[in-house]
Design a protein around this ligand. Sequence first.
Ligand SMILES: C/C(=C\C(=O)SCCNC(=O)CCNC(=O)[C@H](O)C(C)(C)COP(=O)(O)OP(=O)(O)OC[C@H]1O[C@@H](n2cnc3c(N)ncnc32)[C@H](O)[C@@H]1OP(=O)(O)O)C(=O)O
Length: 282
Amino acid sequence: MSDAEAAFSSWIGTTELLEDDLSPAQAHAAAATLDDATTMINGNATLPPLWHWFYFLPRAPQSKLSSDGHPERGGFLPPIPYPRRMFAGARLTFHHAMILGRPAQRKGEIRNIVQKSGRSGNLAFVTVGYQFYQQGILCLDEEQDIVYREPGPPVPAPVPAELPPVPEGAWTRTVTPDPRLLFRFSALTFNAHRIHYDRPYAINEEGYPGLVVHGPLTAVLLLELVRHTTNRRITGFSFRGQAPLFDLAPFRLVATPEAERVMLEAQGPDGKVALSAVAELG
Ligand SMILES: C/C(=C\C(=O)SCCNC(=O)CCNC(=O)[C@H](O)C(C)(C)COP(=O)(O)OP(=O)(O)OC[C@H]1O[C@@H](n2cnc3c(N)ncnc32)[C@H](O)[C@@H]1OP(=O)(O)O)C(=O)O
């Protein structure tokens, strides 16, 4: 066990309970952000997979935000000293769709804290488990990996290159991650991290070449591609962020259907996989 793991191991098992009434107003805002004019939204409609990220929003008062825009650490999340927070990945199992307009509960638990050494420097991964309930029924199991990076050299902008060929039968979409989209996604998720909307901060303080695309935004766009292309129920989803995407150039989504699942990639302008994912079909 590393010193950091020993220092923060007492956080493992820490829990948090949040309630939300799953207001249709927030789903309307999500649909507008995603340019989705077809999803039915009313008091009894079901919440599309991953749209729970637009609910159970952080409630830290303004005076309790850190300079990066995230809530101060040391409450539910441990006070990891590395300054650069990123969303590294998640694994979800969809048991039952949640219903809009009805109260729901989210139980969170810190499940693991691991220190690793990566090509970009020292990393601390915090794994957070969430379970979502409505009327006492478990609707969704989720595990998120949040990574904290120590300061390092600036992250270079991807060098544009020819994209790899699209596999036969794959569905694709090109996304232009302009600041309006990033801002609206930050607002939907009540995420004030300045790397997503404050360009001088993103460049000068955290060393990115531009505004950083939210990992959950890329994940939602990939799963929306699946939801709008197949009639099958989505029973599970997992993703891993491999490299950041920026607002500097469009990126491509590629969805390759297999028998019981869809293999997903978001490819950066350099043709490399920035985020890989799998959607399980029922
Ligand atoms: C919302 C929100 C924040 C955001 O949305 S931030 C934007 C979305 N996230 C990203 O763009 C992250 C993209 N990924 C990366 O930038 C890199 O993968 C990362 C996390 C910096 C790590 O890169 P490294 O090159 O330093 O790491 P290595 O490839 O050398 O691997 C070292 C060990 O770490 C493990 N690992 C790497 N990436 C991940 C991952 N995504 N998930 C889990 N584990 C990962 C890797 O397996 C190595 O482990 P070993 O046991 O083999 O040593 C918000 O904050 O709310």
